[in-house]
Design a protein around this ligand. Structure first.
Ligand code: AMP
Ligand code: MG
Length: 479
């Protein structure tokens, strides 16, 4: 498919007009291509040589309009930092339409009905961050939205400091958020809440469409998908940074990349969002927050689904659905094929050891992949090897109860524990260069993002410990 033959559909517009607002994109000045993502192009069947078609920049800038395009922004509400914020909505995102089950959305193409005094723009740094990290998460096997490309421009936007505006074209099977349900619940639009639920079931849970008990089962599956998602975040060391209910995907995807981080040294309480003084969205809190957010979703669904049944499911989430999902992720990371009662304690001991050891989370697991009883490689990467030593005693004992061979364990672990993750300092370097018109590091990081488990000798430096002065960088939301 070329840009000429690309035809979009807009099923969301068949919902009541309160669900969205039609939007008019305001193109950026002197737009230029920063990056085209061929892997995302494949998803929608777009020819990869579109990268060199000048109309690709125009597509992202909304001056080239594919057939069927009807730009609209979605209405939603949400709890921000624990407080209900009323109507939010896509303040700077516009949906153009969908193709192959992927909804195309531009982020930063101007004010919408929901812009609330803000400018509808997205700065170059945060756009590059979203573009690269969504790709990295996908290749780490974590459910996420994707991105087709990114453009920069000469349009100045007021940030501190002044930035240039960019646009990322994001793709997702669903842009519906917990907050979309909250909007219709809080404004007592129960018929619309029901239409939304039917819409989401058809789009994201189609196997439930003809089930009599589909609303409750839908809720259960959202809970299950959220458990898997958050367990994977914890496993890979991803901190989202703004787990407000408007940033929680009803389809269980990682959504809205803002002040996120990958752990440098393991720090259980690490907070990546500079504005989050209370640490509500710290790494350690993500599982609790996901439970809280699901509780808010259950309240929003309380006119449709029996509250007690939902509460039971939430109780199960806390008691075993999330803990089991997390244990599974961590056992895989440790190369354990069997599931034993004692594994939860082994994981808890590991987290304590990592905290005490001052060791890079990613490097620790990658080094553990090659563990054969010789401990020095693991001691070498920790500031405090004693903590690692004590834990390895437990690990050795646990490994003795496995039936798989060491080689099998090592092979499985190397496919589970990434060598390359995108740390914030790498992204900062890519942004600094991009501001000077050099996009080579964006391309390199896009490549690394797609090869997290490979040994890439030419990129060995990206697998090293984060330089001390660049550890634990934090970000603010306003970008
Ligand atoms: P976020 O924290 O980026 O998910 O954004 C929270 C809310 O603020 C959403 O409703 C966004 O659409 C909106 N928002 C953030 N930045 C802007 C902006 N520059 N212009 C308009 N709306 C924005
Ligand atoms: Mg958001």
């Amino acid at each position: 498919m070329t840009l000429d033959t690309m035809t979009l559909e807009t099923a969301y517009l068949s919902l009541d007009s309160e669900f969205y607002a039609m939007s008019t994109p305001e193109p950026l000045d002197e737009p230029y291509l920063i990056s085209f993502n061929p892997k995302a192009a494949e998803l929608i069947g777009l020819d990869t040589d579109t990268a060199t078609d000048p109309r690709f920049v125009a597509l992202l800038n909304c001056t080239f309009v594919p057939k069927g395009t009807r730009p609209f922004s979605m209405c939603y509400a949400g709890h921000q930092f624990g407080h209900f914020a009323g109507r939010l909505g896509d303040g700077r995102a516009m949906n153009l339409g969908s193709i192959n089950g992927w909804h195309l959305q531009t982020k930063g193409s101007g004010e919408t009905l929901y812009a609330r005094m803000a400018d509808g723009r997205a700065a170059l740094p945060s756009s590059i961050r979203e573009y690269l990290m969504s790709e990295a998460m996908f290749h780490l096997g974590i459910p996420t939205t994707r991105a087709l490309g990114i453009i920069g421009s000469q349009t100045k936007i007021i940030r501190s400091p002044i930035e240039r505006a960019a646009i990322v074209m994001r793709l997702s099977p669903s842009w519906v958020r917990f907050g979309t349900f909250q909007y219709f619940h809080y404004f007592k639009e129960y018929d619309k809440l029901k239409s939304l639920t039917e819409y989401v079931i058809t789009e994201s849970y189609p196997h439930l469409q003809h089930d009599e008990d589909r609303y409750f089962k839908f809720f259960c599956e959202v809970v299950d998908r959220t458990a898997t998602l958050i367990a994977q975040w914890q496993g890979v060391g991803f901190i989202h940074g703004v787990m407000n209910t408007d940033n929680m995907s009803i389809a269980g995807l990682t959504l809205d990349y803002g002040p996120y981080a990958m752990l440098d040294d393991f720090q259980y309480g690490f907070v990546s969002n500079k504005s989050d003084r209370a640490g509500r969205y710290s790494y350690a809190e993500q599982p609790n927050v996901s439970y809280w957010n699901l509780t808010m979703l259950s309240q929003a669904l309380s006119t449709l689904i029996d509250k007690q049944k939902m509460q039971q499911k939430l109780d199960d989430y806390g008691a075993f659905i999330y803990p089991d999902a997390y244990t599974l992720v961590m056992c895989k990371k440790m190369g354990l094929f069997r599931r034993l009662e004692e594994d939860k304690e082994l994981i808890e001991a590991l987290l304590r050891a990592l905290q005490d050891a001052y060791v890079d989370y990613t490097i620790f697991f990658r080094t553990l992949c090659r563990y054969d009883g010789e401990r020095s490689p693991l001691y070498d990467i920790a500031m405090n090897p004693v903590a690692i030593h004590n834990w390895l005693n437990l690990y050795d004992e646990r490994l003795s109860k496995e039936t798989h061979t060491q080689i099998q364990r090592q092979e499985a672990m190397l496919k589970t524990n990434p060598k390359y993750v995108l740390k914030n300092y790498m992204l900062q370097d890519a942004i600094t260069l991009a501001k000077r018109g050099d996009f080579t590091l964006v391309e390199t990081l896009l490549y690394l993002a797609a090869h997290p488990y490979d040994e890439l000798p030419e990129f060995e430096h990206f697998a090293k410990e984060t330089p001390e002065e660049h550890k634990n960088i934090t970000f603010s939301c306003s970008s």
